[in-house]
Design a protein around this ligand. Structure first.
Ligand code: PLP
Length: 428
């Protein structure tokens, strides 16, 4: 894909798909691949693959160390990627963007830093017994377990917002859940199961009123809509490269500079130090403080190319196109008797993760028939077990879209669901 930002991706969808060679392959005895599992991981376009290859064949060296030309070039490429990725997510100071392995590591970084701060003299980062950490019932385990662990280590109490029957967060008791004891409010921007897009503003405002830190899990929003962390006003935000057309093994953590510069590190060792003596050390300013060891470098460069690719298309256009795919999926799946969508039925404040159950057929069986048809979807609890428990469901089928999917593929999905129903005798 080249050219200017496009008004409607549908007009250039063939060119976009040509950038993703994997979409041309067939599976299961010649069925065209219909890849509807981008919520788990997205595919990479040629410019991303090329950027990684170019880096590895031309500039590869350890960054921020060597005194030779390759080291200088590698460092420039790595820092240029940081600048472009920061700008893409609305972060004006690139030093507020830390490279991590993925969103899971980003969230753990914050949780462990707070845990480490508990050994320091009192600060706003200190979490102690009786303090509170707030999450929601719709969190991916990546944004739940690190907080459970922080609470276990410090004696803090984990509280959560419930999800209503409308698949939206129930914020009616916001001032009872977020209190003077709250230290952290961490929540997902978009649910990876329900597709629900959560309202950030009231949660940030409530957290601010009590001086709590906010952490946004932006894994499922950054790849699909314009996201500006600066405007959202969150203190921290996490995302993963492999879900946004980039490589695996690289993710991002945004943190407000004044916070990052006061926080203790998570991992310690080389590169994150200022001065080292045999018995103690002082730490470098952010972002280096939080990037111990030789970082993932070709991956960061690849992620830089991914945000260039997305920016060329324009995130408004990406969001508008994916909304059409989601609307078609919601409509076509709703028309099938015996299919229940677990998530909002309209595209309002909703993204393209469409989860459903098929009455009388286990999600894994649906998945198998889909796979026979070449349709790659995800089945299970999608690392959101408490949410599935909330709705009394063991497992759902999830189709999740990206900018390279088509309306024809949505129709193939619906046809495959009908086929699964027939195969398992679930239709009268
Ligand atoms: C909402 C959400 N948060 C966090 C994660 C964890 O992402 P990663 O495994 O890339 O760290 C995922 C992955 O599916 C997700 O959907």
């Amino acid at each position: 894909m080249t050219a200017e930002p496009v008004a409607d991706l549908a007009t250039v969808i063939d060119a976009i798909r040509a950038d993703f060679p994997i979409l041309e392959r067939t599976v299961r005895g010649g069925k065209p691949l219909v890849y509807l599992d981008s919520g788990a991981t997205s595919q990479r376009p040629v410019p991303v693959i090329d950027a990684e290859q170019e880096f590895l064949t031309t500039h590869n060296a350890a960054v921020h160390r060597g005194a030779h030309q390759l080291a200088e070039e590698a460092t420039d490429e790595y820092e240029s990627a940081r600048e472009r990725i920061a700008a893409f997510v609305g972060v004006s100071n690139p030093d507020e963007l830390i490279f991590t392995k993925n969103a899971t590591e980003s969230i753990n970084l914050v949780a462990y830093s707070l845990s480490n701060a508990s050994f320091l003299p009192d600060s706003r980062f200190t979490v102690r017994a009786g303090d509170e950490v707030v999450v929601t019932e719709m969190e991916h385990h990546a944004n739940l377990i690190p907080w459970q662990e922080l609470c276990r280590r410090t004696g803090a109490v984990l509280k959560y917002f419930k999800v209503g029957a409308d698949f939206r967060l129930d914020l009616s008791d916001i001032d009872a859940v977020i209190t003077q004891r709250t230290k952290v409010v961490s929540f997902t921007h978009q649910s990876n199961v329900l597709g629900t897009v959560n309202p950030v503003a009231p949660l940030v405002a409530a957290a601010r009123r009590v001086g709590a830190l906010t952490v946004l899990d932006a894994c499922q929003s950054v790849p699909h809509m314009p996201v500006n962390f600066g405007e959202l006003g969150v203190d921290f935000a996490a995302f993963s490269g492999h879900k946004m057309l980039g490589p695996s093994g690289v993710g991002g953590l945004y943190g407000r500079f004044d916070l990052l510069s006061q926080m203790p590190p998570f991992l310690t060792g080389g590169s994150m130090i200022e001065e080292v003596f045999i018995d103690h050390a002082t730490y470098a300013p952010p972002p280096a403080r939080f990037e111990a060891g030789v970082p993932m470098t070709s991956q960061a460069v690849g992620l830089g190319a991914a945000v260039d690719y997305l920016s060329t298309l324009g995130m408004e256009a990406v969001a508008a196109y994916e909304e059409k795919l989601t609307a078609a999926a919601l409509e076509q799946l709703s028309e099938i008797d015996g299919v229940r969508i677990i998530g909002p039925l309209t595209t309002e404040n909703r993204g393209g993760a469409v989860s459903f159950v098929v009455d009388g057929v286990h999600a894994h069986d649906v998945g198998q028939i889909m796979d026979d048809e070449g349709v790659a979807i995800r089945v299970g609890h999608h690392c959101a077990w408490p949410l599935h428990r909330r709705f009394g469901i063991a497992a759902t089928v999830r189709a999740s879209f990206a900018l390279y999917n088509t309306l024809d593929e949505v129709a193939t999905l619906a046809a495959a669901v009908r086929r699964a129903q027939k195969f398992f005798g679930a239709v009268k």
